[in-house]
Design a protein around this ligand. Structure first.
Ligand code: ADP
Ligand code: MG
Length: 678
């Protein structure tokens, strides 16, 4: 008997290979399949007799194969499979490219259902490369009605996943509905099993929307519920009071080589105010790439240390930890503090003698015990999960106090949205860039102009500047045209810039090697650093003014914006050069997306454009746009967010421990394991 918890490999026609591929999509059980939602539907709800077909329409037709044969097109060196399909009214030609095996599976006399777009060739209507399926029941899932499309890896087809989900969809009725029924009624939401049925196999768009409304609501609702519960928990705890050291802080600020922006001052002030209170701060510091969040963090770290308490700064990569460690040690030198670095490759022997600890995830491992921790700052926090976050809440050996918590992000979310999504966090926004900044000149460059671009870089380097080159891959892939860092490094080092020092950085290097390379780059012993996306977050080398991105179309706009944020960190003019892969240069969508980079310089505009461009035709989905990932709900659906917020707080008031809602409580626990809450 197949149940919700059954492993996918127990299903009909799933072998070890397929289940491994599904594992990469984090699909292991029947339940996982049911909750893997489509991002789009192809509309083949128009079923027509062949005689009624018109050009440029998406249709479903049902007919009998009259003829099927393979041909070789000499000119374009490919296989054509041509078929004639007829019904009672007429006959139409169908063409498939490079699928010669079709003549083995489809025979004359077969009745099939076909879905595709009607086009014209040599004055005749045809359908090119349609989906097809055999008619053996009424249940046509690939070619008729609204056909769901899923985000997949290339090794598995839409047809395969659809068939798998179809195999298990009847089990949707055994998924318990954990959304309290009064909420369901009040908001006219479908029950869960119906919603699951209709999200995968809707009869019409209204059904799809209704399913989406239910599933989207619950996603936001869980988020709200979790956020509000955390907030309550936090407010009930006691935190150490950190007295704002006004004089020393002012002296520190005036010792800097630049003036703080007003936005930095305001954010720092809000944070230092919070620290003086006896309850734990729980704050999000949001500021675009390069807005100077680190400095605000340092002011908080300094104040905690001056109060003779410990403060920790946690960052997502070792490179970043090293870099922060160095710059903070330098900046805080006059205060005679014990500043330590803690990463997997750099252990601290006695953590309790440290005033400030800078590190990676290694900081929150079981073995690391503080006894006097008063502040935890998490930089670029989208990499940290809710579990880690809660671990921090009860961190100290003596559990009498809970550390203050500050989270820093460059993810551009407008205030109203952030407040309603991260209900547990207060918000400070650095809305202003340092005054010395010049707009980064960004251009989209084709291969023919590559030599000129290299000449330009050579000139800039002669005048003392440095450059980053970002490539999508570490090793050469079989995918033609995608640049690997290793190849690119070799080419730049040996052929293009033999007179310069060209470094190579990627995630597979040992920590010590990475550190050495970053140090050399910082010291300008390396002029060009070829890197994978490991430099995406946080890295700060103000003298680097050029950023070249190879295979630029392979990155989302939010990521490109992060890359670009590595330059433009000083008062030198900076440049960002985007090279799309050759085969993408003619793709208008790619060009439009990359051109947005040349027009806009702020993260928020870019994230919105990314969402719009990739959202075309997609009903929902915000993943990879730089916004936190929601599977189905829209972060711009402000109405629903507000409703979710209200319903969540109503439940918490009446049933703070969720004891009267056991299913909901269980769901929340399960969900915590799987999501990242910022
Ligand atoms: P992010 O907000 O992306 O983390 P950083 O904190 O790394 O930005 O700051 C980027 C660069 O700007 C650093 O080199 C930092 O020293 C510098 N910086 C920070 N604040 C100012 C300021 N007010 N004026 C000029 N430069 C600043
Ligand atoms: Mg930063």
């Amino acid at each position: 008997m197949i149940s919700l918890k059954s492993k996918i490999e127990e299903l009909h026609r799933v072998g070890a290979a397929t289940s491994k591929i599904l594992g990469r999509l984090e699909l292991y059980t029947v339940q996982d399949l049911l909750f893997y939602f489509p991002f789009r539907y192809d509309d083949f709800s128009k079923s027509l007799p062949i005689a009624d077909l018109t050009i440029n329409t998406n249709v479903n037709i049902i007919g009998t194969v009259e003829l099927i044969q393979n041909k070789r097109s000499a000119r374009r060196k490919m296989y054509l499979t041509e078929a004639l399909l007829s019904d009672e009214t007429d006959t139409i030609k169908i063409i498939w490219f490079n699928q010669p095996f079709l003549t083995r599976s489809l025979k004359v006399g077969d009745r099939i259902s076909v879905a595709g777009r009607v086009s014209e060739s040599h004055g005749q209507l045809t359908i090119i490369s349609p989906q097809y399926e055999r008619i053996n029941s009424d249940d046509l899932i690939h070619t008729k009605g609204l056909v769901p499309n899923y985000h997949l890896t290339s090794a598995i087809s839409q047809k395969q996943i659809r068939s798998l989900i179809k195999q298990v969809i009847s089990l949707a009725t055994s998924v318990p509905d954990w959304l309290p029924s009064e909420i369901r009624k009040r908001l006219s939401l479908l029950d869960l099993s119906e919603a699951l049925n209709k999200i995968h196999f809707p009869k019409n768009l209204n059904e799809a929307f209704a399913a989406q409304k239910r599933l989207g609501f619950t996603e936001l609702f869980l988020r709200q519920l979790k956020a509000q519960l955390i907030k309550k928990q936090i407010k009930s705890k006691v935190a150490p009071k950190i007295i704002f050291q006004t004089k020393i802080t002012q002296d520190f600020v005036s010792s800097l080589p630049f003036k703080l922006t007003d936005a930095q001052k305001k954010a720092a002030w809000e944070i230092l105010q919070d620290l003086e209170k006896g309850e734990p701060m729980s704050r999000l510091l949001e500021g675009d790439v390069g807005s100077g969040k680190t400095l605000v963090a340092i002011m908080a770290l300094l104040n905690v240390a001056l109060n003779k308490k410990q403060a920790a700064l946690m960052v997502p990569t070792e490179i970043l930890a090293e870099q922060h460690f160095k710059s903070i040690t330098r900046l805080l030198k006059p205060y005679d503090l014990n500043i330590e670095l803690l990463t997997h490759s750099h252990k601290v022997t006695d953590i309790n003698s440290a005033d400030i600890i800078i590190g990676t995830q290694a900081l929150i491992q079981e073995t690391v015990k503080f006894n006097n921790l008063a502040l935890v700052i998490v930089d670029e926090q989208h990499r940290f999960g809710v579990k880690q976050r809660q671990k921090l809440l009860d961190y100290n050996n003596d559990s009498a106090t809970t550390p203050h918590f500050l989270s820093m992000t460059a993810t551009p979310i407008p205030r109203s949205l952030a407040l309603s999504i991260y209900g547990d966090l207060d918000l400070s926004i650095i809305s202003q860039m340092p005054a010395n900044r010049k707009k980064i000149i960004t251009s989209l460059v084709t291969e023919t102009r590559r030599p000129a671009a290299y000449e330009f870089i050579r000139r800039e380097i002669k005048s003392g500047r440095q450059a980053f080159v970002v490539c999508p891959l570490i090793d050469d892939s079989d995918k033609l045209g995608v640049k690997s860092v290793k190849k690119e490094h070799e080419k730049l080092d040996k052929e293009i810039f033999p007179e310069l020092k060209v470094g190579l950085l990627h995630g597979k290097l040992k920590a010590k090697e990475k550190e050495a390379i970053m140090n050399d780059f910082l010291a300008n012993k390396i002029q060009i650093l070829v890197s994978t996306s490991v430099i995406e977050v946080g890295v700060d080398v103000p003298n680097a003014t050029m950023m070249i991105i190879e295979g630029a179309e392979r990155f989302g706009l939010a990521t490109l914006h992060q890359f670009r944020g590595r330059v433009g960190r000083s008062d030198y003019q900076s440049y960002c050069i985007l090279f799309p892969s050759n085969e993408e240069i003619t793709n208008p969508k790619t060009i439009e997306r990359l051109e947005a980079m040349t027009k806009y310089s702020d993260g928020f505009s870019l994230a919105k454009i990314d969402l719009k461009l990739r959202g075309a035709g997609e009903i929902y989905g915000a993943s990879q746009s730089g916004f936190p990932e929601l599977q189905i709900a829209s972060l711009f659906d402000y109405e629903t967010i507000k409703k979710a917020q209200a319903e969540a707080s109503a439940i918490i008031i009446k049933d703070p421990e969720l004891d009267k809602h056991p299913l909901l409580k269980a769901k929340l626990g399960e969900w915590e394991d799987s999501i990242h809450l910022e």
